[in-house]
Design a protein around this ligand. Structure first.
Ligand code: GUN
Length: 292
């Protein structure tokens, strides 16, 4: 089995981005700018946001972390979005999810200028992705596509089974791999919590993408020999032997499938680092459009 090493691939891409940023700076241009709005203190969100800001520093982006309280109002968060829409130093920004319960998430996302929506969550970007047009592809699906490309995994005519229909990962992934071109041209089955006899379907997968958020739900008996396994899950499970008191596991029983798969992503170090990197790629793309 070949490891789809997201960590190493992400590092390579960050180096490539840094070189581009350096060359822009040598031409006397400003550096690309990314802002992150985070509300409250969700520990997983805080960790993701830290990684995003750290990646900005690595590649030489200007970054802005706007951290507001759990009790922020809808009006206040919309004001922040409007300010960032107008801010010439900012090429892209994201609102870290989940947001507190009093916030209407759809309204917040709809307020983001689609040309700065580097998360690709705005209906305009989601729609253009579905139509096969130029758009920001959201970070996790984009990271997976990049991993598939860099490892030159064939997708044309393959049966891709996606487990999980979230707006952030499962559904866009199913759409992207069914589009024409590469990576794409696949036959895609999108499965979810109401799917009957999941195993009968996953056993047909040439490429299996698990994005459900349930530790080790995909076991070796559900995997076809030679399949490519992409594990999007990042689940915290209690582990008293770790300093933090938990460890991260995916949706796939990695040890079990490692004897059957042709390629597989580890957790951590697979899809996760690629997600952050694709946010940087999207921000660079937005920057290039803005300065040119
Ligand atoms: N929460 C979990 N993943 C993401 C992501 O990719 N973007 C944002 N904004 N929030 C998230």
């Amino acid at each position: 089995m070949i490891l789809l090493d997201g960590k190493a691939t992400a590092e390579t891409i960050l180096q490539e981005i840094k070189q581009e940023v350096d060359s822009f700076r040598q031409q006397g241009l400003r550096e690309p700018g990314l802002a992150v709005i985070m509300a409250g203190n969700n520990p997983a969100s805080a960790s993701y946001v830290r990684n995003k800001i750290r990646s900005c520093e690595k590649v030489g982006f200007h970054s802005q972390h706007i951290h507001v309280g759990e009790d922020i109002t809808q009006e206040a968060i919309l004001d922040l979005v409007h300010d960032l829409n107008q801010d010439d130093r900012i090429d892209g920004f994201i609102v870290q999810l989940p947001l507190p319960n009093q916030i209407n998430v759809d309204q917040v996302i709809a307020a983001i200028d689609p040309s700065k929506d580097v998360d690709g969550f705005h209906p305009m970007n989601m729609g253009n992705v579905s139509l096969g047009r130029e758009a920001f592809i959201s970070a996790t699906p984009n990271g997976i596509l990049e991993l598939i490309k860099r490892y030159e995994i064939e997708t044309s005519g393959k049966h891709v089974v996606v487990v999980g229909r979230s707006n952030i990962v499962g559904r866009p992934m199913s759409i992207l791999l069914s589009r024409s071109g590469y990576p794409g041209n696949a036959t895609v089955t999108l499965t979810h919590s109401r799917t009957q006899d999941l195993k009968a379907i996953t056993l047909q997968a040439d490429i299996l993408i698990a994005a459900v958020g349930r530790p080790n739900m995909i076991t070796a008996d559900m995997v076809k020999p030679g399949a490519v396994i992409i594990d999007v899950g990042i689940n915290r499970v209690e582990d008293s032997s770790r300093k933090r008191g938990y460890r991260l596991v995916g949706d796939v029983d990695f040890e079990g499938i490692s004897h059957k798969a042709s390629y597989a992503t580890p957790v951590p170090g697979g899809v996760g680092p690629m997600t952050v990197t694709s946010l940087m790629m999207n921000t660079l793309k937005s920057y290039k459009k803005r300065v040119q």
